[in-house]
Design a protein around this ligand. Structure first.
Ligand code: SAM
Length: 342
């Protein structure tokens, strides 16, 4: 039987959240939303869901607190390593080749969660000798996530798998936790930015003329019409020849904005065509992905979730967590992981 709200006023709250943050709230999240709402209501001493919904309409902080409760902040250092390899081996060399000498690379981690992604970029840029030639902006809608990012101290889970080895030289142990070395903290600017709002592109907040945007594992949580808006705004935020990397489970944007879609060793990636190519394309028709080169390995279908579902069903929680170790990329996977861990 499809899930129902236990009180119709919850539907109003969900609507406000979707309108504000673009988040879709499918039925399987109804209970989670209700318990987040109850938590926020009790923190504010409110007894009526209707009153709480009215509060959300007029109080930005209350709305921001609820949205933060409902976002999935899962991330880890050097997540989807193949994309970092692509940045190092192709994207950055091509950008440096095509930009003027002394150009400072402008990179934006949009939906940066607790900062693991932008710090990984900062670490890799230092390895590439680009510490002084890169500007990294990292934004998120969740203020607690931004606070965590600025603290730059992480548990082992953020450095799981190969992440610790990759980041080892750039963090120091503090008890059971790891602290990102101070110099990297200075190289990333963390700011609040709601991708569902019309706040970008903008020179004022650094989201204009960007060479590389990482917006990974964010759009998967958005309503389709918000994805379409975000696609166009991200396109406009890119400099000509600028690149956009999405997560493996994110919706493709090739039909939503005139991106050039390229097949790479890290899967499909999008690029704002360089000026001369845009002119040649005339109408700027949305791009179709170029076919994979003969013999290229197709990106593996995400079977980890399936394996995890099966392991969970037979109560093998360790196997379920193992299967999801590198694939907590969807609300279902995140929920399954949390249940398996419990
Ligand atoms: C799963 S994390 C992805 C973190 C990182 N990009 C990665 O791939 O590891 C999704 C992030 O998107 C953020 N987010 C969700 N809705 C957003 C919005 N409307 N604007 C900006 N960030 C949003 C969440 O707060 C969360 O930190």
């Amino acid at each position: 039987m499809p899930a129902q709200w236990t009180d119709r006023a919850f539907a109003k709250v969900a609507q406000i959240v979707t309108r504000h943050a673009g988040l879709k709230i499918p039925e399987y999240r109804f209970r989670e939303v209700e318990s987040a709402v109850r938590k926020e209501m009790s923190a504010r001493g409110l007894g009526s869901i209707g009153d709480y919904a009215a509060l959300l309409e007029r109080d930005d902080i209350a709305l921001s607190d609820l949205v933060s409760d409902l976002t999935v902040g899962e991330s880890y250092f050097f997540r989807a390593k193949a994309q970092f390899d692509l940045i190092r081996d192709r994207i950055v060399p091509e950008l440096l080749r095509d930009r003027p000498e002394r150009h400072v690379l402008r990179v934006w981690s949009a939906g940066c969660a607790g900062g693991e992604e932008p710090y990984s970029l900062a670490m890799m840029f230092e390895e590439m000798g680009l510490a002084g030639r890169s500007f990294i902006l990292a934004t998120d809608i969740s203020r607690p996530a931004l606070e965590k990012a600025r603290r730059a101290t992480y548990g082992a889970w953020s450095l799981r798998g190969a992440s610790l080895q990759l980041a080892r030289r750039y963090v120091r142990s503090v008890g059971k936790r790891y602290e990102v070395l101070p110099r990297f903290r200075k190289r990333v600017r963390f700011d609040y930015l709601n991708l569902a709002e019309d706040a970008y592109p903008s020179m004022a907040n650094g989201t204009f003329g960007v060479d590389l945007i990482l917006c990974r594992n964010v759009l998967i949580y958005f309503e389709a019409q918000v994805v379409a808006l975000v696609a166009r705004r991200l396109f406009e935020s890119l400099a000509e020849g600028g690149w956009l990397l999405l997560g493996a489970s994110d919706p493709p944007l090739g039909q939503l904005a005139p991106f050039e879609v390229l097949w790479t060793g890290a899967g499909l990636v999008s690029r704002r065509p360089p000026r001369h190519e845009q002119a040649a394309r005339g109408q700027r028709a949305p791009a179709r992905p170029s076919p994979p080169p003969p013999g290229a390995a197709q990106a593996a279908p995400p079977s980890a979730l399936q394996q995890a579902r099966q392991a969970y069903a037979r109560a093998d929680y360790r196997a379920a967590m193992g299967a999801l170790r590198d694939a907590v990329d969807s609300p279902e996977a995140a929920g399954l992981f949390v249940r398996a861990a419990a």
